[in-house]
Every structure is written in structure tokens, then in C-alpha cells.
Design a protein around this ligand. Structure first.
Ligand code: PGA
Ligand code: ZN
Length: 436
């Protein structure tokens, strides 16, 4: 495929902050093909993430403009790539990495590089006459037929809300179904039931960044109150907790850890050991299937201990810990820290490197979760990534806000398109989880 045009512009994400959109045109066998992509943006970012280039000009969007990244696409990437043949994604992504030349994409910005990489993937799918998920399945040498189990973040806290909850995400995981569309329906029904429960308790039903409710629970043990409200919502919606629907947490603990091994939780200082004891108590008492970033990204010793304590019972996911980066993931695999990795394309910056991290995880029997960021857009690439790699899990927010729903709707269309070929593995998508 010969690249004939690359155009970039500044558009807005779901929080109203600027982000980069790229449109790419390529020629293959005398025909033109097109691909476009918009990159997302995180709030609780890991320190090891690839660089997101922001203008820093306080007069525009409080410094969050991305005109420098847009200029890097227009003035550095486009002139270097236009007119060149790229037979595949790997060679294109190599060229992008060479152009940048840094380990963390700090010269051009991951937000300049990634949308070109994603747009190329879509243009190549168009040239092959196949959907993006099948294009990804070719790159990943997978079947590209597995609809992911949704991990739906229905109560938001931490950096995604303003309600005093330390834990960032309380998710429901409808893994006890045989079809994606049935799982999604159950999740949405629980979300609606929870709204009523919160309303009846006099709590706010306004939503946070990922479309989950963001109520301020007062009194003792607010986090456990949240868990109990969700349990109630599952039952009242007519589903069985621990058989139809499970719970998952993203603690994003780096955000409430002021120093290594210390956690500020519910008004008190806790050690890693105390946090592990708390999680173990919750795992004993509630149908928790997965905990993400239970400890901070600096607390590797704590992670080893957490994995010894809970890694044979539930899924333990590294997000800030691994930042979709093979170097950090390898450390985790070697030291038995966690048993799953959250996959965010913009943490590493190209499609190829994202797939490399997923391959490494796969070989080590670490589960992979295709994930959104808290700042999203109408782009649905992560839905195709989940199906294309057959990873079996997706984290893309609650059952509200179009930036989240766009991914679910994309998956509904893919499920219909795959027809009898569609696979939904349910609980089998969580190999680390052992039912009590
Ligand atoms: P972020 O949050 O996009 O703000 O980093 C999502 C997550 O932590 O999983
Ligand atoms: Zn996370």
C-alpha cells in the first residue's frame, strides 16, 4: 500500500479537551483506500506511559491544546511517509518509531504517532475488503471471532469523579451469559436498577467520566456500601450475583499512594499488607472476579505479595504497573506480579507494539483486556482490537454516554456480522478466576 495523503486536525474528546484526529489515504492496485482515527486520553496515567504531547499554552484550552502534535503529523510524519510503500502494519509502525527515535515517543508525541498507526490499520482493512477486527486478527494470527465480556464501570470514583471514593472504578462483569448482546443487556439493566436504588437513598445519580454514577456515600466504610448497593442492584434487576454477574474493581491505587507502600484509604494510612487484607476480605465476601491496580505502580514488592495472596483466586490486572509496555510486563511476568494486563494503545503508541505486548502476555498466560481511556471519543478501535485478538475482555465504561456506548454498539454490529461464527466465552475469558 502506498500512502498518498495524511491529514491531522485537533478535535475534542469526551471531556471537552483537545485530541488528535488523523485521516489517511493510501493506494493499492490503482484504487484509493481511506482510514481515520481519533486518539483517547487518560486522567490517572501511569508514569511509564508514552508521552502525550500537549501545547502548554495556557491561553488555549488551559494548556491542553494539541496543535504541536497536529503539526508533527502534518510537518514531520506526513512528508516522511507520503509516496512510500508500506506492505504491512509492522513496517509502517517501524517507520513511525524511527522517525520519533525515543523510547517513550517524546519527540513527536504518542498522540501524533498512534492515530497514524490506527488509521493505516483501517485503510489496510479497507484495501483487503475486510473489517478492522479481521485485519487485526491477521496481524495477531488469531481467529478474530471472540466477543469480549464487558467490564462495565457503573460507579466512578478516584480521579474520574468528585465524590471522595479512593477506588476509581466499581464494575459489573456479566460473564454468566452465552452471548455478548445478552451480557450487555444484563449490564444495562443493572445500571438502570442501580440508578433507582441510589435515587431512593437520596444519593446523586449524576455520572462521572466513564458514564458510571458518582454518588457521595457518607458514613462508615463507603467503599463497601458501594459494593453492597451494586449487589442489591444485580439481584433487584433479576440476576444472580456470582453466577450471572460478577464484580470487578479498578483501584488505581497509585493515585492514593503518597509514598511507596503507603495508602490513604477511608481517612487512614494503610500499608500494602493492610490493603491486601482488605481485598482478601472483599474477595471472601463478594463475587469479585478481577482487581486492577490494587497497589501502586511503585509497589512491586507489594504486588508480589498481593499475587501470592489472591492470584490463584481472582484476576489481578496491571494497568499503571505495566502501561502496555513489554519491558514492564516482562518484569511482572518474571516476578509473578499480577496475572493480567490492561491494554491501552496510547500507553505505548503504535498498533504493532500493542499487539507485541498482548502476544507476550498470551505466552505467559496473562489475560489481556482491551481498554478505553477516561477521555474518549466516537472512535471504536478498541472494540475491533478486542475481537481481532480474541482477548475475551473489554473495559469501556458504563451503560451511558455515547463515547462508551459507541464501543458497545460496534460490538453488537460485529456480533451480528459474525453470526454463527461469533464466540462468547463468558467465565472462560477469566482463566485466573476460581469459583468459590
Ligand atoms: P484513565 O483511567 O484513562 O484515566 O487512565 C482508566 C483506567 O485507569 O483504567
Ligand atoms: Zn486502570
Amino acid at each position: 500500500m502506498k500512502i498518498t495523503q495524511i491529514h491531522a486536525r485537533e478535535v475534542l474528546d469526551s471531556r471537552g479537551f483537545p485530541t488528535v484526529e488523523v485521516e489517511l489515504e493510501a493506494e493499492s492496485n490503482g484504487s484509493k483506500f481511506f482510514g481515520s482515527a481519533i486518539v483517547p486520553s487518560g486522567a490517572s496515567t501511569g508514569e511509564g506511559e508514552a508521552l502525550e504531547l500537549r501545547d502548554g499554552d495556557k491561553k488555549r484550552y488551559g494548556g491542553k491544546g494539541v496543535l504541536k502534535a497536529v503539526a508533527n503529523v502534518r510537518e514531520k510524519i506526513a512528508p516522511a511517509l507520503i509516496g512510500r510503500e508500506f506492505p504491512n502494519q509492522f513496517l509502517l509502525d517501524d517507520a513511525l518509531r524511527d522517525l520519533d527515535g525515543t523510547a517513550n515517543k517524546s519527540k513527536l508525541g504518542a498522540n501524533a504517532i498512534l492515530p497514524v498507526s490506527m488509521a493505516f490499520c483501517r485503510a489496510q482493512a479497507a484495501a483487503e475488503g475486510i473489517p478492522a477486527y479481521l485485519q487485526i486478527s491477521k496481524l495477531f494470527e488469531s481467529k478474530g471471532v471472540t466477543l469480549p465480556v464487558p467490564m462495565m464501570n457503573i460507579i466512578n470514583g478516584g480521579k474520574h469523579a468528585d465524590n471522595g471514593l479512593a477506588i476509581q472504578e466499581f464494575m459489573i462483569v456479566p460473564a454468566g451469559f452465552t452471548k455478548f448482546s445478552d451480557a450487555l443487556r444484563a449490564g444495562a439493566e443493572v445500571f438502570h436498577t442501580l440508578k433507582k436504588i441510589l435515587h431512593d437513598k437520596g444519593l446523586s445519580t449524576g455520572v462521572g467520566d466513564e458514564g458510571g454514577f458518582a454518588p457521595s456515600f457518607t458514613g462508615e466504610k463507603p467503599h463497601e456500601q458501594v459494593i453492597q448497593s451494586i449487589m442489591q442492584a444485580i439481584s433487584e434487576a433479576g440476576y444472580k450475583p456470582g453466577s450471572d454477574i460478577f464484580l470487578a474493581l479498578d483501584c488505581a491505587a497509585s493515585e492514593f499512594s503518597p509514598e511507596k507502600g503507603t495508602y490513604l484509604f477511608e481517612g487512614q494510612k494503610h500499608s500494602s499488607k493492610e490493603m491486601i487484607a482488605l481485598y482478601s476480605h472483599w474477595i471472601e465476601n463478594y463475587p469479585i472476579i478481577s482487581i486492577e491496580d490494587g497497589l501502586s505502580e511503585h509497589d512491586w514488592d507489594g504486588w508480589e505479595e498481593l499475587t501470592r495472596a489472591a492470584g490463584s483466586k481472582i484476576q489481578l490486572v496491571g494497568d499503571d504497573l505495566f502501561v502496555t509496555n513489554p519491558t514492564y510486563l516482562k518484569r511482572g511476568i518474571d516476578h509473578h506480579c499480577g496475572n493480567a494486563v490492561l491494554i491501552k494503545l496510547n500507553q505505548i503508541g503504535t498498533v504493532t507494539e500493542t499487539l507485541e505486548t498482548m502476544k507476550m502476555a498470551s505466552h505467559a498466560h496473562f489475560a489481556q483486556i482491551s481498554s478505553h481511556r477516561s477521555g474518549e471519543s466516537e472512535d471504536t478501535f478498541i472494540a475491533d482490537l478486542a475481537v481481532g485478538t480474541d482477548c475475551g475482555q473489554i473495559k469501556t465504561g458504563s451503560a451511558s454516554r455515547t463515547d462508551r456506548i459507541a464501543k458497545y454498539n460496534r460490538l453488537l454490529r460485529i456480533e451480528e456480522q459474525l453470526g454463527d461464527k461469533a464466540v462468547f466465552k463468558g467465565l472462560a475469558s477469566f482463566p485466573a478466576f476460581k469459583r468459590k
